[in-house]
Ligand binder design. Structure first.
Ligand code: PHE
Length: 454
């Protein structure tokens, strides 16, 4: 017996939700700093190429499988499987996707919690509560626990409201707000001294940095940014109506994702050089541009402080932007285990959300209180999930779409909402591409990144 499934009410709703999942901290924080550290525009060009030649085809695999199956990743892959082995692999990969999505959310919610704390900070400083501002910006387990709980709570509230009333409704409000905030911030920062130097660093290509590492870094970034491998896009695809053309919608999601990442670079790099102009250190001791938490939690706040009253509004706008970007992504991560609990364990949406949300919150606490006993547990979990989990699961999804799924069924699915698909360039290239090129490229990059070759 299957529970009634949610569905996006319009293609705009789907687009906002899928773009909301894609556009996150990876775009606004990860992409600009990776570009700055890897040859500026050279990285941007490689990223653009990989986003369309590798990530887009993989995204199409997830969307198509999802819409066909109208089920979560475990059920979807089992449904396509043709024998006991592929059914077993499908089950393992589906469960793996749920695990990796949950692990990603467990560290993502902590980072997003920092953003919420920094968003609250200007208000505390306005009322002169200096002990509170110190607590908000100090890296204590109590602060992290509190704000991870608040952020996770919001994520759970939205997911508990369902696909249309939760995910779609919030994404359609938050995504336009995100774009407006981003553009306002860019307009302001570009008028400040030092901004042009930042633009130059971002946009002048340095092709001497064109190395295998650059390719791998760009590929990892593209996979993370398009939320691939963990069944997020698959489940969003499963809520999509059959009247829409998948290749077109997938291309639009990719374009929005890449466009916002590129645009965020026009904010972050100039802001860093404005901060330098105002006397803040923006290079680490080893001479590299500060890219990690120090960038968002020290360099930029120092910049906002130096801007006086205007700086307070800029700080609020900036951290609101970060919180919005995080929230539309985190809901898509939580939907993965929740959809599984509803469809496979027969739970209702609200208890499923509560259960999965609390389990993931417990995982966040394992990082906050360092149960792993590692130097940097957050980075460790982030690396395991994004450098191993996402690419390897991505390969399985491509193999299912390209090798295991019957070609006529694949075509029938793509024809829905796009009748003449057979005559398009997409149909001439993509099935082969997702079959051969995608898995090989991902595996090759994975091998290089693990030092297995090269
Ligand atoms: N795409 C999100 C970002 O760029 C992260 C994400 C990864 C979301 C995996 C969902 C699943 O921040």
């Amino acid at each position: 017996m299957s529970a009634p499934r949610g569905q996006f009410s319009s293609n705009i709703g789907f687009l906002m939700a899928a773009a909301g999942s894609a556009v996150g901290l990876g775009n606004i924080w990860g992409f600009p700093t990776k570009a700055a550290g890897n040859g500026g525009a050279a990285f941007v060009v490689v990223y653009l190429i990989l986003a369309f030649l590798l990530a887009y085809p993989a995204l199409m695999a997830e969307l198509t499988i999802g819409r066909h199956a109208r089920r979560n990743m475990v059920q979807a892959l089992r449904g396509i499987a043709t024998g006991p082995i592929s059914r077993f692999v499908g089950t393992v990969a589906g469960l793996g996707g749920i695990l990796v999505a949950s692990l990603i959310l467990s560290f993502y919610a902590i980072v997003a919690g920092w953003m919420v704390a920094y968003l609250v900070e200007p208000f505390a400083s306005l009322v002169g509560a200096s002990h509170i501002t110190d607590w908000l910006t100090g890296d204590s387990p109590a602060r992290n626990l509190t704000f991870t709980a608040i952020f996770s709570g919001f994520t759970m509230l939205i997911i508990a409201s369902g696909v249309e009333k939760g995910i779609e409704r919030w994404s359609t409000v938050l995504m336009p707000a995100l774009i407006i905030l981003l553009l306002l911030l860019i307009a302001y920062v570009l008028t400040q001294d030092g901004a042009m130097k930042g633009l130059e660093v971002y946009l002048m290509p340095d092709f001497s940095q064109f190395t295998p590492e650059l390719m791998i870094s760009a590929m990892g970034q593209a996979f993370f940014s398009l939320s691939l491998g963990v069944g997020t896009m698959l489940i969003y695809g499963s809520y999509l109506s059959q009247q829409e053309s998948l290749p077109r919608l997938g291309a639009m999601v990719t374009l929005i994702d890449v466009g916002i990442a590129f645009t965020a670079g026009l904010l972050i790099l100039p802001a860093m050089y404005v901060a330098q102009e105002a006397g803040t250190q923006i290079f680490s001791a080893s001479g590299e541009l500060i890219a990690g938490p120090g960038l968002i939690l020290q360099v930029l706040p120092a910049l906002f402080d130096s801007m006086g009253t205007a700086g307070m509004f800029v700080a609020i706008a900036f951290f609101a932007l970060m919180v919005i970007a995080s929230l539309t992504s985190s809901i898509s991560m939580l939907e993965v285990p929740v959809a599984f609990s509803i469809e496979n364990l027969g739970m209702k949406r609200k208890p499923a959300t509560l259960l999965m949300g609390l389990i993931i919150f417990a995982l966040s606490n394992m990082i906050i209180f360092n149960v792993y006993n590692s130097d940097d547990p957050l980075t460790m979990i982030a690396r395991v999930s994004t450098e191993y989990g996402q690419p390897l699961l991505g390969v399985v999804l491509c193999v299912f779409a390209g090798w295991i799924w019957r070609r006529d069924q694949l075509l029938t699915e793509l024809q829905k909402g796009h009748e003449d698909i057979e005559r398009t360039l997409f149909w001439k290239i993509w099935p082969w591409y997702v079959r051969i090129v995608c898995p090989l490229l991902i595996l090759a990059a994975f091998a290089v990144s693990q030092g297995l070759v090269g």
